[in-house]
Design a protein around this ligand. Structure first.
Ligand code: ATP
Ligand code: MG
Length: 251
């Protein structure tokens, strides 16, 4: 069986995440796509993430209707940052020998792969499906590889000519570029749009997620502030709690 691990912060999961997973499943015959929300991703800078439980609840709602999509708790409950290498190895341990695991990732995230924990080993664990965006080619994916795996200048030159799709086959891993998912929604945009009407929000996220965002008052009054706030080492506050507190204050 072929399956993929799709990691991210999913704060919140939006229609492009689903489009990416559907396109990858179709092109590579994936039977399962594990959506793995990170508890404390090492690469998200200073922004305070929405409570894990909310992000997971939204993933469960968004993935409910596609039987291939699994909302995963693999990284739940971690008190330290999760590194992809650990998650991939844990998932592989639960698979059969005949299963084939892919790491599904957008090219924007893949551009930083060489800064991740043990990138050469990670790339050696499974093949990668890198979802392209307009303006990116296979050569960009090649250039992002850690130096030890990076193709030669001549090869990169050749890769630059392939704008749609293509494969970089290396001894330890294969990188497959998936193009054609040209939608541009980002979670950042959704957070900024959370105060809009339900109808407008549905443009970015599924009906269930839009309703959940409204019901739980997620991203409501703090969208601008929240993007820049420092982590301050404190517990991430549930936005529901924050909402109730601000209401109590007014009683
Ligand atoms: P943020 O705006 O907070 O960075 P995001 O929309 O990029 O959020 P993430 O949770 O960071 O969402 O991304 C999870 C994965 O989905 C990453 O591999 C990312 O590259 C990929 N991804 C997100 N949006 C798109 C998109 N529009 N097209 C292709 N890949 C995407
Ligand atoms: Mg992102």
């Amino acid at each position: 069986m072929k399956l993929a691990l799709f990691g991210g912060t999913f704060d919140p999961v939006h229609r492009c995440h689903l489009a990416v997973a559907r396109a990858a499943a179709k092109k590579f015959g994936l039977r399962l796509v594990h959506f793995v929300p990170a508890t404390l991703p090492p690469h998200k800078g200073n922004r305070v993430l929405t409570d894990f439980h909310h992000r997971f609840a939204m993933l469960a709602l968004a993935t409910a209707e596609d039987e291939r999509f699994v909302p995963s708790l693999m990284e739940a409950g971690a008190s330290e940052p999760n590194y992809s290498i650990q998650t991939v190895r844990r998932l592989k341990n639960s698979l059969k020998k005949s299963d084939k695991l892919y790491f599904l990732i957008g090219i924007d995230a893949f551009m930083e792969v060489s800064t991740w924990r043990q990138p050469v080993q990670l790339l050696g664990e499974c093949d990668f499906i890198v979802v392209s965006r307009p303006g990116f080619s296979l050569a960009d994916a090649g250039e992002a590889l850690p130096e030890a795996l990076r193709p030669s200048r001549d090869m990169l030159q050749e890769l630059r000519k392939q704008t749609a799709g293509g494969t970089i086959a290396l001894p330890s891993t294969t990188i497959r570029l998936l193009s054609g998912v040209n939608e541009r929604i980002s979670s950042t945009e959704v957070r900024a749009a959370a105060a809009k009407s339900l109808k407008q929000l549905r443009h970015y996220v599924t009906e269930g997620v839009a309703r959940y965002i409204k019901k739980e008052h997620l991203y409501a009054s703090t969208s601008g502030q929240q993007e820049n706030r420092n982590a301050e080492g404190g517990k991430v506050l549930s936005f529901r709690e924050a909402h109730q507190r601000s209401h109590k204050g007014r009683e």
